[in-house]
Design a protein around this ligand. Structure first.
Ligand SMILES: [Fe+2]
Ligand SMILES: [Fe+2]
Length: 150
C-alpha cells in the first residue's frame, strides 16, 4: 500500500468532492422510519455523484441505479402500508403516484445516456426524489403524525 503524503492528499479528488444533495430541514417529515429511508436515497445520490466526479462513471452508474430502483420498491411498499394503516384518505392515489415514480425511473434509465451526460442524470434523479419528499409525501405527514400506529 502506498504511503499517504500531504502532497498526495492535496491532489486527491476528495478535495474536489462536493455534496450533490445537502439534506435540508424541510425534507424531514418527522416520522423517523420514513426520514431515515429518504436520507438513504440522498446518500445513494451523493455516492453516485462522488463516483462521477472521480471518474468511476462506468462502474458505478448501473449498480447504483439498480439499487435506487430496488430501494424505492421497498420504501414505497413500507410507506403504503403505513398510510393505509392510519386511514390516510389519499392512500390509493399515493400508491398510484409511487407507480408513476417507478415508471419515471425506468424512463430515466432507458432514455438518459448516462455515460455521456452523467450530470443530466443526476439532475433528473434529484428532481425525481426531492419532489417526492417535499410535495407528495408531505400530503400524508399530518395523518401519520396524529396516528400512533407507526
Ligand atoms: Fe411516497
Ligand atoms: Fe417516501
Amino acid at each position: 500500500m502506498s504511503e499517504i503524503t500531504e502532497a498526495k492528499c492535496m491532489k486527491s479528488p476528495i478535495r474536489k468532492h462536493k455534496v450533490f444533495v445537502r439534506w435540508k430541514p424541510e425534507y424531514n417529515l418527522g416520522i423517523p422510519l420514513i426520514d431515515e429511508q429518504h436520507r438513504g436515497f440522498v446518500a445513494m445520490l451523493n455516492s453516485l455523484y462522488y463516483g462521477i466526479q472521480n471518474g468511476h462513471v462506468k462502474n458505478m452508474i448501473d449498480p447504483i441505479i439498480n439499487m435506487i430502483d430496488e430501494y424505492s420498491s421497498i420504501h414505497f411498499k413500507m410507506e403504503e402500508e403505513l398510510i393505509e394503516r392510519c386511514f390516510f384518505p389519499g392512500a390509493k392515489a399515493h400508491s398510484e403516484l409511487h407507480k408513476q415514480l417507478r415508471n419515471k425511473l425506468v424512463d430515466i434509465k432507458r432514455k438518459t445516456s448516462f455515460e455521456k451526460e452523467p450530470y443530466r442524470l443526476m439532475e433528473l434523479l434529484k428532481k425525481w426524489w426531492t419532489h417526492h419528499i417535499c410535495v407528495e409525501d408531505l400530503q400524508f405527514r399530518n395523518y401519520l403524525l396524529e396516528s400512533s400506529d407507526w
